[in-house]
Design a protein around this ligand. Structure first.
Ligand code: IPM
Ligand code: MG
Length: 353
């Protein structure tokens, strides 16, 4: 089969890790007789420098016409001025909204061989296998009104936490669907004791829970959920939550895996191309040194094979190769080793051939 993949390497370590994921995809293509057509575009800070915009219209159009999009990371100190009219992060949000990728899947597993890389006690990490489904195109990130003004002589800033029923329903249905192929448990995280939007969230979660009686549904308040993620992480299977709660909880959950550098993500829409990106950021402190961990991006490309191309065997072969690499003790700096980005990817590629 033929697939068109738009690459958005972005800033910082983005180009280094995307380059390695592309090498892995090329190996998959030749082994399983597929053709991947890669088109590289600028996005984020590098796009501000070249086009004056963090996401150019043509770039978004290219992404929309692709079968899938692979993104590295965006941002860096150069573009951090809070008064700047554009920021790399704005491009990322515009890309998510433009592609309509409402569900962000962030799986977190504690690989047995990496348990010592986590600051948590080993016995807590046994059997941790979580997937967080974060709503990605609504809530505080996009709600209106939003902005700053001066009211009664005082400076004021406003963000709005808004959800429509359909936005909650579609992400909830996806969470239940995922749970069917897993341990059959959904934890819906909200703040229904305080927020009106969370009361709608919980109402819809309850309705969908009734339609899926084979799945165990629990409601957990976000503050409690953040505590349980470190005290009883193995009690979770699928976690589904709104955009901002999901942003915070997924950084917390990444600690369970030992390093953020290991973690992939997939952002899915109703029918268009999916967006795949590692969970980590642009890591400006190590950019250009060739020492970043490419595994998060390599596993993101495995998620692309599975969710956008329905190539389950190909996806599993990448995931198994990564598993072996970790079991065999191959380590980049973030997980206590000395391998370079290229060497780590070479180890994966060797086990794919
Ligand atoms: C993430 C990041 C982004 C977010 C930032 C870079 C805008 O933290 O993908 O989790 O908040 O969604
Ligand atoms: Mg985040």
């Amino acid at each position: 089969m033929d697939y068109k993949i738009t690459l958005l390497p972005g800033d910082g370590i983005g180009p280094e890790v995307v380059g390695e994921a592309v090498r892995v995809l090329e190996v998959i293509a030749s082994k399983y007789h597929h053709t991947f057509h890669f088109a590289e575009r600028l996005m984020g800070g590098c796009s501000i420098d070249t086009f004056g915009s963090s996401l150019a219209d043509e770039t978004l159009a290219d992404c929309k016409s692709a079968d899938a999009v692979l993104l590295g990371a965006v941002g860096g100190p150069k573009w951090d001025d809070p008064s700047a009219k554009d920021r790399p992060e704005r491009g990322l949000l515009a890309l998510r909204k433009g592609l309509g990728v409402f569900a962000n899947l962030r799986p977190v597993k504690a690989h047995p061989a990496l348990i010592d890389s986590s600051p948590l006690r080993p016995e807590k990490l046994k059997d941790v296998d979580i997937i967080v489904v974060r709503e990605l195109t609504g809530g505080l990130y996009f709600g209106w009104p939003k902005g700053r003004d001066v009211k009664d002589g005082r400076e004021r800033a406003v963000d709005t936490l808004e959800y429509y029923d359909y936005e909650i329903r579609r992400v909830m249905e996806l969470a239940f669907k995922l749970a069917k192929g897993r341990k059959k448990k959904v934890t819906s995280v909200d703040k229904a004791n305080v927020l009106e939007s969370s009361r709608l969230w919980r109402q819809i979660a309850t309705q969908i829970g009734k339609e899926n009686s084979d799945i165990q549904l629990e409601h957990v308040l976000v503050d409690t959920a953040s505590m349980k993620l470190v005290t009883a992480p193995a009690s979770f299977d699928v976690i589904v939550t709104e955009n901002m709660f999901g942003d915070i909880l997924t950084d917390e959950a990444s600690v369970l895996a030992g390093s953020m550098g290991m973690l992939p993500s997939a952002s899915l829409s109703e029918s268009g191309p999916g967006l795949y990106e590692p969970t980590h950021g642009s890591a400006p402190d190590i950019a250009g040194k060739g020492i970043a961990n490419p595994i998060g991006t390599i596993l993101s490309s495995a998620m692309m094979l599975r969710h956008s191309f329905e190539l389950d065997n190909e996806a599993a072969s990448v995931e198994n190769a990564v598993d072996e690499v970790i079991t065999d003790g191959c380590r980049t700096a973030d997980i206590g080793g000395k391998l370079t980005t290229r060497q780590m990817a070479d180890e994966v590629i060797e086990r794919l051939q």
